[in-house]
Design a protein around this ligand. Structure first.
Ligand code: SAH
Length: 258
């Protein structure tokens, strides 16, 4: 890591917000740019999935604000977070808004930026390694592979009114990897629909929990067996469900959990 670049810019522009992806967990997956900005910011507003190893990079005198958000235990409502960013910037602070993974992938980063635009607050966006990339890399299944999948889809499995409304025919295509974020609570429905829309029950499926962190867990199953495996193991969020034959490559390519 280029230390010179990191220490050069101690003072960031006042009254500005950087929306930054903190990556999936392993602090070393942070971008060099993210690390530099975190180390320079006056205030850091961070989410549940941002690890301590990352917030520790903040200046000792920086204001650290936890904005929360665990499934169904929202700490600050989205609107309060949007307003908080505006208030901090208007105080003249350099503000880093840190989100797990990539801020533009199921991160509601867009909504926060729209509020900043409404109030005329300048901002920049720094992408991060999204959970699907992190989990795939550390679990040893490439998301695409010439022999297995020519396409990959990231989709939310978050339940709305107890159901998952997704374009099942489009998801249940062959030669395709589908990664469900926030899908653990809906795993039964997800597997049932994927089978009902044409995928064989033997299609490989996996859950990766706490991907890229020392306690990463990978659960291997098929569409037919995954819901029971999840129930037996008691595996909890944060976890991804990955569906597709690339999951089989775990047997040969897994390196991190060994
Ligand atoms: N913006 C984030 C996603 C936020 S939604 C990103 O790009 O990764 C939160 C969901 O992401 C979790 O419910 C879980 O499905 C997934 N997730 C985030 N970090 C994860 C991790 N380390 N391991 C497994 N899943 C993770």
């Amino acid at each position: 890591m280029p230390n010179d670049t990191m220490t050069q810019e101690k003072t960031l522009a006042a009254g500005k917000v950087w929306l930054i992806g903190a990556g999936p967990g392993d602090p070393e997956l942070l971008t060099v740019k993210a690390a530099r900005l975190i180390a320079g910011a006056d205030a850091l507003v961070y989410d549940h999935l941002v690890g301590k190893g990352i917030t520790d990079l903040a200046r000792p005198d920086a204001r650290l604000i936890y904005a929360g958000k665990e499934a169904s235990r929202h700490t600050l409502p989205q609107e309060s977070i949007n307003n908080l960013l505006v208030d901090l910037a208007r105080e003249g602070l350099s503000v880093v808004r840190l989100k797990g993974g990539d801020p533009f992938i199921f991160g509601r980063g867009g909504e926060e930026l729209e509020t900043l635009v409404d109030f005329g607050i300048p901002f920049e966006v720094v992408p991060g390694v999204t959970a699907a990339s992190g989990c795939a890399a550390y679990s040893g299944f490439p998301l695409t592979h010439r022999d297995h999948a020519q396409a990959v889809t990231f989709v939310t499995g978050h339940l709305k009114d107890g159901t998952v409304n997704l374009d099942w025919p489009a998801l249940a295509r062959p030669c395709h990897t589908v990664v469900f974020y926030m899908g653990i609570g809906a795993a039964g429905e997800i597997c049932r629909q994927m089978i009902a829309h044409g995928l064989p029950a033997q299609t490989p499926a996996a859950v990766v929990r706490n991907g890229t962190l020392p306690d990463q867990q990978t659960l291997l199953a098929t569409l037919g067996t995954l819901p029971d495996r999840i129930a037996e193991s008691g595996i909890k969020p944060p976890a991804l469900i990955v569906v597709g034959s690339v999951v089989d490559l775990h047997a040969r390519l897994s390196w991190f959990e060994r």
